[in-house]
Design a protein around this ligand. Structure first.
Ligand code: GLC
Length: 572
């Protein structure tokens, strides 16, 4: 095994043509939630200057790409997922010149850039929405959105019974230019996020142009927000609640959505031949039926989709094996996701007595006490399990530090619209978005520069003094040191290339599989096998004969793997 350097020039992967064209198939992708990563200017909100300053940290972590959550101009009604200009940067984050510099600097580190594009909805401050309000009923401007008269004698009732995913009705009534109560517009999320009408050719053309705008600036990939929701049944019928997502559903996973992504794929492919290599599209698609999910990654469509069944899966060997097998059967390179900015952090999830997760049942999960030591041990084991699987791995910022879900944010500081729209019934997602701790012994833990005038936009727990990047860098047993070692081995070990997984016999509650490199590729060592064993059972298990321990998530002594521990063994 050689030790790869963080520099792109000496990393054989970044310079090989196979890596350039299909980097996304096996990349380690860091999700950078820009508001909470690092604050360069002291306003308590993360920004591009902060991200640029910490690129060396990310290069040394060993990631291949960064996915940025939305960085566009936005009134921030939904933390940037309400975009008022798709071709610029919000002043709170920086400028377009900062983004250009960031893309260039990341590339110099051998790191690719993926950005978020939100096609289902925009912002009520988007110029097209302002034009639609001004132009009035029946106008071409309104046809880019979903405006309809209300029901009831005086149009006082919403046009149908659809509910917003954030709570409340999915319709808001506007006041017309003459001051009279007017039409209603559709928003599947907050009222500040009007849904686009994808039947409009203006909308289709404009988004293809947005993709070209960013690809031409060197962006390597696009994460497509709420990708299954764009198309609506134009009759806007009521939902009965019993239609599964698919052609019979008025707005979830309708078949027309695939035409959009086929045209986006053609745009992405038209850039594949330049110096940056292949451009990729990854969809945020939450669908229970894997055959419907598979359609998004069919020929000529998206390169990959996020693996949410893996994120939602309980810490249980049989359930995880089922999800892994069904992921491998999807017919596209796999992605593995343990956490993101919408879900509870993995340490907290695995520290509860119900270790599953479901976005729609957050209040239920928050009812359980969290055993942080247990959750951390399991999260460490899960990290090695995840990084040993074939495919791309997504790491949500702070996962590498073992941060937990902050469940005790004071109500008056909560920002997520889910909290307000459910009248506090759902705590929302703020707890996974708390600014990162970098250094020092008290907040803001180096998140903002010394002497910053504003506090971080969400309060950091004081206990995070032990989880700062500085503290963890100095601690050989930290989560950060584990992630660094795992990513280094994952990148350099031939068995972790584009090789399949072979399950091995194992006791109940234990997952064991091999990755085998047959050798003969470029200058790689021949015939290497790495076995990953994850012990999710309640008791210790014996290790098989092996030639060496590459990495373990906890202490492994006397040939025994303790509960909630994973190991990577070199076999033969
Ligand atoms: C996606 C995003 C989420 C956002 C929503 C509406 O699910 O991940 O953060 O609130 O879309 O844009």
């Amino acid at each position: 095994m050689h030790t790869p350097s963080a520099s792109a020039a000496s990393d054989p992967r970044s310079s090989s043509s196979a890596w350039l064209t299909s980097w996304w198939k096996s990349a380690a992708i860091y999700q950078l939630y820009v508001r909470s990563f690092a604050d360069g200017d002291g306003d308590g909100i993360g920004d591009l200057a902060g991200a640029r300053a910490h690129l060396p940290y990310l290069a040394a972590l060993g990631i291949d790409a960064i996915w940025f959550n939305p960085w566009y101009p936005s009134p921030m009604a939904d933390a940037g997922y309400d975009i008022s200009d798709y071709r610029s940067i919000d002043p709170v984050f920086g400028t377009l010149a900062d983004a250009d510099a960031l893309i260039a600097e990341a590339h110099a580190h051998g790191i690719k850039i993926i950005i978020d594009v939100v096609p289902n909805h925009s912002s009520d401050r988007h110029p097209w929405f302002a034009a639609a309000l001004a132009a009035g009923p029946g106008s071409a401007e309104r046809s880019r959105f979903w405006f309809r008269p209300g029901r009831g004698v005086a149009g006082e009732l919403p046009p149908n019974n659809w509910q917003s995913i954030f709570g409340g009705s999915a319709w808001t009534r506007v006041t017309e230019a003459d001051g009279s109560p007017g039409e209603w517009y559709l928003h599947l999320f907050a009222p500040e996020q009007p849904d686009f009408n994808w039947g409009s050719t203006d909308v289709r053309r404009d988004f293809e142009d947005v993709l070209r705008f960013w690809f031409s600036r060197g962006v390597d990939g696009i994460r497509i927000d709420s990708a299954a929701l764009n198309c609506k049944d134009p009759g806007l019928p009521d939902v009965s609640g019993s239609e599964p997502p698919g052609p019979a559903h008025p707005f979830m996973d309708r078949d027309e959505v695939h035409e959009i992504y086929q045209s986006w794929r053609a745009v992405a492919d038209s850039y594949g031949g330049d110096e940056h290599g292949g451009r990729m599209l990854i969809g945020e698609v939450w669908l229970p039926d894997s055959s419907r999910l598979a359609r998004y990654v069919g020929p000529g469509e998206l390169h990959s989709v996020f693996n949410f069944p893996y994120l939602n899966c309980p810490w249980d060997a049989a359930s995880l094996r089922q999800v892994i097998d069904s992921t491998m059967g999807l017919g596209a390179p796999a992605t593995w996701v343990l956490s993101n900015h919408d879900a509870d952090r993995v340490v907290s999830r695995y520290g509860r007595s119900d270790t599953a997760f479901d976005l729609d049942r957050r209040p239920y999960f928050h009812g359980f006490p969290v055993d942080l030591a247990l959750g951390t041990r399991r999260a460490r084991a899960a990290a090695l399990l995840t990084m040993a699987l074939p495919g791309a791995v997504y790491i949500y910022q702070g996962e590498e530090l073992g941060l937990w879900e902050v469940q005790d944010i004071p109500d008056e500081l909560r920002q997520d619209p889910i909290w307000a729209r459910t009248l506090g019934a759902d705590p929302g997602r703020d707890g996974s978005r708390v600014p990162l701790p970098w250094s020092g012994t008290e907040p803001p833990f180096g998140f903002s520069p010394a002497g910053a005038e504003s506090d971080p936009w969400l309060p950091q727990p004081k206990e995070w003094r032990d989880l700062t990047v500085a503290a963890e860098s100095a601690n050989p047993d930290s989560m950060l040191r584990l992630y660094r070692a795992a990513l280094r081995i994952r990148r350099s070990e031939p068995a972790f290339g584009e090789t399949p997984l072979t399950w091995q016999p194992s006791a109940d509650g234990v997952l064991a599989f091999d990755r085998h490199d047959a050798g003969g590729v470029e200058d790689r060592e021949a015939g290497v096998t790495v076995r990953c064993i994850a012990n999710l059972s309640a008791g210790p298990v014996g290790l098989p004969p092996h030639a060496g321990v590459l990495l373990a998530s906890g202490p492994v002594h006397g040939g025994v793997l303790p509960p909630d521990t994973s190991v990577w063994l070199r076999i033969g």
